[in-house]
Design a protein around this ligand. Sequence first.
Ligand code: ADP
Length: 626
Amino acid sequence: VSLPGVTGVLRRIVQVQAVLLVVLVLVSSVAVLSFRAADAEARRTEDVLVRLEALQSAVLSAETGLRGYLIVEQEDFLVPYKGAFGTIADHVTFLRPKLRGASAADLGEIEATMDEWRREFAEVALARQRADDEVGVLSLTSSGAGKRRTDRVRELVTSIGVRTRVDLDDQRADAGRRGTAGILAGGAAVAALVATSFWSRRRLQILVGDPLRMLAATAHQIGEGDLAARASGAGVAEVDQLASAFNAMAGETEATVAGLRELDRMKSEFVSVVSHELRTPLTSIRGSLGLVASGAMGELPTDAHEMLRIAVTNTDRLVRLINDILDLERIESGIEALQLAPNSLDEIVDEAVRSVEGTAQQAGITLATVPSGAVVQADHDRLVQAVTNLLANAVKFSDPGATVRVDAVERGVWVALRVIDQGRGIPAGKLESIFGRFQQVDASDAREKGGTGLGLAITQSIVERHGGRIEVTSEIGKGSTFTIALPLLQSPVPPAAPAPMGASVVLLVEDDLDLRDVLAASLGRHGVQVASATTAEAAVERSQQSPPDLLVLDVQLAGGSGFDVVRALRQDDRLREVPTVVYTVVDLTDEERQALRLGETVFVTKGQRTDERVEEIVLDLLRRRS
Ligand code: ADP
């Protein structure tokens, strides 16, 4: 079906209204003309009545003129008598074409009777009077021959008058009817015109307004992220075309976005696979190097120390880079849900300060914090990570002797945490770009300061996922101030439970033998007894024989998986509550974490924490258990 065009619709509306307008004009003209015709006819009838009256008085003039002369015998009296005939003739001439039927016959009779009256009575009487035949005049007048005739004439005039009056009433009624009909017809035409205006409006709304509104709603829907939304066409052809073009565009966009998402997914997958694959060997390398460097494998020649230091430094850098890349992917993709809880900002700052304290001390930099008492809804570890990044940068880019200050001020519903340094500052042109990936002010920063260029990107992502903002102001040579604004939470933090102390046997479930050996060696240095298993089955068997004090569990095992181990240990009362460190390359979902919990369980991603940190966690858990 072909749809009407907007011009077609408008033309149609204009046509209908024009026709109605013409009808309106015609109807009112006809009504006015017809009323005026009826009215004019009534006026002519009124003229007839006036003439009839005049005719009556002319007859009377003739009569009285004659009578006067007969009495006083003065010629003057004959003037109206003589004049009356002319007048009567005029009236008759006027009336003749206007009267019909009985009235026309009556008029003829009036004319004849007057003529007769004049010839046989008036002129005879006049002649007798002039001849002084008074007896003759008397006998003529008393015979009633004159009066009978004029009475007859009067009678005729009256009856014409009566008929004419009836006609006049009819004509007036007719004019009234025509007037009313005209008004009604005009009113009907106006009403029709008004009705078409409404009809036109409704039609335009259905054909143009509504489809356009729906198109706008669809555009809005797509804008909100519902890329599958499509406009339904119809309405006028133009809107239909617009809707088709819009849908084609939306289809293109949807396909493009789907393509981009797929690309993004592939990129993330690639990055994550590569990084994971690099992580495990790197962790072993780092562990082995650490052990060798610590002298645990025997004394080394002096030159070897320097080589080892370079190897360790660069391995650390590589590990940091891989961890940062994976971290950024994880945070930005939103795979990992934030573990939100009320957190004291002061405690978070303290923890961050503790992790950079060593570096700051070495660099001769003082760290000064001002407690704020603020409480925020946050993922503890992530927020510590963000603050640590800012602190580490501040320390990194400050000269010895400088102070790095941390404070927090409440601004309405926000708290603004500031990390203020007196370091080298950031050029104005770089203030925004440094939050981008791999963006550094100086190309040598990565090499000299050991940075990856990802720290601020990670920090920004963390802050934004908390519903906050990050900003920086800086002055070259004077220092920089990084501000994290977070929504405030007013409720107080529950106090942390005090941790007990203790130690004993650790079961290492790990199929990467290099990594197992490195871990065993480093834990062994702290007097911890280490047992190991490389398959799930062996791990379960070993645990049941003699329950360990702690389990270090890899998820992917040569035989079975960490999940199988946990499932089996949960069946055993003695093992259900074993503290566990899940040490894995895979990023775990919340459900997976749930399925891997035994007693107190800590999740550590391989390479993300240094081996020293894993050691610390293991020792800490053992101490708490005793
Ligand atoms: P990096 O790992 O290089 O520190 P970041 O993303 O944390 O990566 O920082 C990006 C760059 O921003 C740094 O390389 C440095 O050039 C600049 N920068 C960050 N913080 C500071 C600071 N406090 N003072 C001066 N420059 C800074």
